[in-house]
Design a protein around this ligand. Sequence first.
Ligand code: ATP
Ligand code: MG
Length: 264
Amino acid sequence: MSAAAHSDTVMPSVLLPAHETSLAVAICNVHKTFGKHHVLDGITLTVAQGQTLAVLGRSGTGKSVLLRLIIGLIQPDSGAIRIHGDDISGLSLDHLGAIRKKMGFLFQHAALYDSLTVAENVAFPLQHHRRDLSQSEKQDRVRHLLAEVGLDGDLDKMPSNISGGMQKRVGLARALALEPDILLLDEPTAGLDPISSREIDELILKLQKEHHMASIVVTHDLSSARTIADQLALLDRGKVVAEGSFEDLQQSDNPFVRDFLKVL
Ligand SMILES: Nc1ncnc2c1ncn2[C@@H]1O[C@H](COP(=O)(O)OP(=O)(O)OP(=O)(O)O)[C@@H](O)[C@H]1O
Ligand SMILES: [Mg+2]
């Protein structure tokens, strides 16, 4: 049966081998269709705690859709997405909310709130999810987070008055606010000059080392993927066409993979 035919039916839970439940993220044979457009055509990928997976592919191949599925903003037509062993499709909103709190997300265009200061943007998840903290504890945490991303002097600035690289840093600090186990970054270096991009790469590496998160980073930037990721996955027309270390991909004789690597 085609994946599209599944879309209106209750999705059968896909069973994964027992050892896969220890993975931070396990995406198993996921299909996603919008209208007649079969965007994801049987994607299977895994990320262990402490590991970083870079997802690469041309524009429109479904990389952002994949991240939105992992965070539960949209549902797959079929297949399973397991977060620390829990299949998130079909979970109650409460349960999904609890799982989402352990995930930090940097949107493709940083998506800061224009009318809030840098500090208020970072405080936003704390105001909503950490009512147990006092205002001064929240302020301390915001200061600490902004120091971690190198923005300790910029708390009161407005997003429109800081550079694109700084906006990405604020987005990263906000993604870390709830101390996530899993970090999802959609194009963290897009639109930045090469020097700012390398600075963001260094920052991501530092944060991963300190926080031991499982990270999935969507990027067009092969050099960045090579720097920050343990594993790379290359998507084309809804499928994973290559997966492994950068060196593994270099060995591929798939013409699409070879073409993709040529741009480096
Ligand atoms: N809610 C939606 N409704 C209809 N089509 C959608 C929806 N979301 C995504 N799509 C389509 O799915 C495809 C993949 O989109 P997606 O944003 O994941 O691409 P991408 O790989 O992230 O591209 P880019 O590198 O440009 O960010 C596109 O053709 C897009 O138009
Ligand atoms: Mg995208």
